[in-house]
Design a protein around this ligand. Structure first.
Ligand SMILES: NC(=O)c1ccc[n+]([C@@H]2O[C@H](COP(=O)([O-])OP(=O)(O)OC[C@H]3O[C@@H](n4cnc5c(N)ncnc54)[C@H](OP(=O)(O)O)[C@@H]3O)[C@@H](O)[C@H]2O)c1
Length: 252
């Protein structure tokens, strides 16, 4: 399927691996010129054919440097907001500092980067803001309080922004992964195995048993949905949250 976005420029955050990496690959396959940002972006091989940009989203100075760079190059047409996930843990006992750090890394960083690219999108009357969230927005996940809390704020921001910029030809959507096979999911399974004293394979079996599709998702299955939302054909999809979860979320 030709998504009719060849020649557009995209910035994908958290693009060195996992969901961001797959989103970058799938956009590149559509002929999009992809800037791939992450802390380890400098280590990406030339074979990946992205323009790497080193950024640490937990460091305000590094975020400001990325924003300055975006100003110099005239912005992007497609922004994929993605960050590393926060540490697991319960709601009770989190400190103010932990909440502020999670909010700064996952929320205010992407709010500021989005703010920086919007004027160019408005001028060109075309733009795509796609934010990677979590199924935890719709069905909070136990022991992931920071993720559930901060992502709920991001969902409110994304929906509000969508209605503000729709008339400029800019769509703003979220894609919610359930359990997609990435480093992040593997480390969560490992931590659950260690905490429960159970075998890793047993923990994974139990996790998969909750998914109607009967398996974890593949990162490319996620990236394909991001690419679709970036495509010309998705021009009337905005303010939406699209699940990519194999049926995991039980609500309608
Ligand atoms: N996989 C799932 O099933 C799932 C489910 C629900 C929610 N999510 C959420 O979706 C997001 C992506 O998940 P994933 O599975 O792809 O995670 P991942 O495999 O851990 O990849 C995270 C990406 O973010 C980058 N990153 C991490 N910290 C960063 C920082 N401070 N500054 C800049 N880049 C940073 C990493 O690159 P560097 O280390 O090079 O910086 C990497 O490219 C996470 O927020 C995760 O919690 C994932």
């Amino acid at each position: 399927m030709d998504l009719a976005i060849a020649g557009k420029r995209a910035l994908v955050l958290g693009a060195s691996r996992g969901l961001g990496g797959a989103s970058a690959r799938l956009l590149h396959a559509e002929g999009v010129d992809v800037i791939a940002a992450a802390r380890s972006a400098g280590e990406m091989t030339a074979a990946e054919r992205f323009t790497p940009h080193v950024v640490d989203l937990s460091d305000r100075g590094s975020v400001e440097a990325l924003i300055a760079h975006l100003g110099k190059i005239g912005g992007v047409d497609i922004l994929v907001n993605n960050t590393g996930g926060p540490k697991a843990g319960p709601a009770m006992g989190q400190t103010r500092e932990t909440w502020l750090a999670a909010f700064e890394t996952m929320a205010t960083s992407i709010f500021s980067i989005t703010e920086a690219v919007l004027p160019g999108m408005i001028e060109r009357k075309w733009g795509r803001i796609i934010t990677i969230g979590s199924s935890g927005i719709e069905q909070p996940i136990g022991n992931l309080a920071l993720s559930n809390g901060v992502r709920a704020a991001i969902a409110g921001w994304s929906k509000t922004l969508a209605s503000e910029v729709a008339r400029h030809g800019i769509t703003v959507n979220m894609v919610l992964p359930g359990r997609i096979d990435t480093d992040r999911l593997r480390s969560i399974d490992k931590a659950n195995a260690e905490n429960s004293g159970k075998d890793l394979a047993r923990v994974q079996e139990a996790s998969i048993a909750e998914i109607p599709a009967g398996r974890y998702g593949d990162a490319d299955e996620f990236g394909a949905v991001v690419a679709f939302l970036a495509g010309a054909g998705a021009s009337y999809v905005t303010g939406s949250m699209i699940r990519v979860d194999g049926g995991l979320t039980r609500s309608v």
